[in-house]
Design a protein around this ligand. Structure first.
Ligand SMILES: [Zn+2]
Length: 235
């Protein structure tokens, strides 16, 4: 085999290794994204639960103020009861008082229901917080695992890139630039052996004349069908 072909095939082997490592590195991103997505999902639920608790707490404070206010009013009315002069005034005052007490009773039953609801909301919030903490603990090892893998692949990748650079230096510049151009079009491999009388990549038949040149001189030619580099391989 011709020296430049040997050098080119060695370069391609190195490029395939680099490509594989880059693909493995890129494959780690979705794993991190999936961990983040699951965490965010729970964090959002915790935030929604906290907002619900806060809203109920505001209602609770408002209702408590109203009850205190209405009770004060009743006390004042009670104090004034002694001052009424006529039977008619006494009847009116008693009716007013009864009405006020009914209002307070209604508010107190609302407050009771609200307190129960608030307890449920707080329990739900605590439950979700617990789930989030558990998920974060659970994810710690998965995240550490990804980080370790990323570090290992990155180390392999820098070695593979250095090896690739050495291999590239052994390929004649014109051939190297042709090869790089073809590989740049997102092909993993750019060099293929002839397959019988056709291109080893796309199976396009090679004209007889060119085939002769290739077998006789071991020339590296470009396929007219798919644009890859082809070489003659005797076996
Ligand atoms: Zn082809």
């Amino acid at each position: 085999m011709q020296t430049e072909l040997v050098a080119l095939l060695a370069l391609q082997a190195d490029d395939v290794v680099v490509y594989g490592l880059e693909a493995r590195l890129a494959a780690l991103d979705p794993r991190i994204q999936e961990l983040d997505r699951r965490r965010q999902h729970l964090a959002d639920a915790v935030a929604r639960a906290a907002a619900a608790v806060e809203a109920e707490e505001k209602k609770q404070a408002y209702l408590r103020d109203k009850i205190a206010e209405h009770k004060q009013l009743i006390e004042r009315n009670q104090a004034q009861m002694g001052a009424v002069k006529t039977m008619k005034q006494a009847t009116a005052a008693a009716a007013q008082m009864e009405q006020a007490q009914q209002i307070v009773a209604g508010e107190e039953s609302d407050l009771l229901a609200l307190n129960r609801r608030l307890e449920e909301y707080r329990a739900a919030q605590q439950g979700l917080k617990g789930e989030l903490a558990a998920l974060e603990t659970e994810q710690e090892s998965a995240r550490a695992c990804v980080a370790t893998e990323r570090g290992e692949i990155a180390a392999d990748l820098s070695l593979a890139r250095a090896k690739r650079a050495e291999a590239a230096a052994r390929v004649p510049v014109p051939l190297l630039s042709r090869y790089d151009r073809i590989r740049g079009r997102k092909r993993v491999e750019a060099v293929f052996p002839m397959h019988g009388m056709s291109c080893g990549n796309c199976d396009t038949a090679i004209p007889l004349q060119r085939r002769h040149v290739m077998t006789a001189s071991a020339a590296i030619e470009m396929c007219e069908g798919c644009g890859v580099l082809m070489y003659y391989s005797p076996e």
